[in-house]
Design a protein around this ligand. Structure first.
Ligand code: CTP
Length: 226
């Protein structure tokens, strides 16, 4: 790796939690934010391990479907990365049992029991070593800053990006970003490419601040509103 190159792990897309071989529980995530982040990191010259539930012909990917598979993939690469960005919409719950055969229609209610999945971000926050940065997303419909700051603290993150459900599937979004010991940045509504460039740049600066890498990055992209 070049001296000013970092290794990013970026996750994207909603996970699929299977009920039977053809049915699953998922969410509306398009994977666009994660893809924009992976592109921005590649464009900035970094090494990117892109773990995604959404196929992508333009980027080298590690394809996964379930929360469990995503966790395994993150664990595989985590020790070697400088920065993990969890942009994926990982399901919080998965069926306790996956039927091996297609569930038949019956003339009564069907109850599906769910168990919590591993919180990958929390695991990474607990297991990060000196010099590693962990970045999470928060999707909140109220008390955005308060809820996101709680996640930043509880999951031992270095940065949290908060947005509202309107961001799902959209081309543009309004995000607010908080890094540890720095006040909130409120970005104007912007395309996901511009948001991604800003996030990658902030992550570079965080790694720089840790002082463990001898790196000099390019100039900061366009001024953003506070
Ligand atoms: N996340 C994760 N593993 C999970 C669930 C979520 O790594 N099993 C990560 C997401 O990738 C995201 C962050 O946690 O970066 C926040 O997800 P969110 O669903 O907003 O928050 P939760 O912590 O799951 O809490 P809640 O849904 O109650 O707000």
């Amino acid at each position: 790796m070049k001296s000013n190159q970092l290794h990013f792990i970026i996750t994207a897309g909603g996970t699929r939690e299977y009920i039977d071989p053809v049915r699953f529980i998922s969410n509306a995530s398009s994977g666009k934010m994660g893809e924009a982040l992976a592109r921005a990191a590649v464009k900035a010259g970094h090494k990117v391990t892109f773990i995604t539930t959404v196929g992508n012909s333009k980027l080298k990917t590690v394809e996964v479907e379930t929360a469990d598979q995503m966790f395994k993939a993150v664990k595989k690469y985590f020790s070697k990365c400088d920065c993990l960005i969890m942009a994926a919409a990982v399901a919080d719950y998965t069926p306790v049992k996956k039927s091996k055969t297609k569930i038949k229609k019956l003339n009564r209610d069907l109850v599906i029991r769910l168990r919590p999945t591993v919180d990958i971000l929390e695991w990474a926050g607990k297991n990060k070593k000196k010099g590693q940065i962990v970045v999470g997303f928060a999707l909140e419909d109220k008390d955005l800053r308060k809820n996101a700051e709680k996640k930043l603290k509880d999951k031992n993150l270095d940065m949290v990006i908060v947005n509202s459900p309107a961001a799902i599937g959209a081309e543009s979004s309004q995000v607010q970003i908080k890094t540890v010991n720095v006040s909130w940045i409120k970005m104007p509504t912007a395309g996901k490419t511009a948001i991604a460039a800003r996030v990658i740049h902030l992550a570079e600066n965080l790694v720089l601040k840790l002082g463990l890498k001898n790196i000099a990055f390019r100039q900061q992209p366009g001024q953003m509103a506070k």
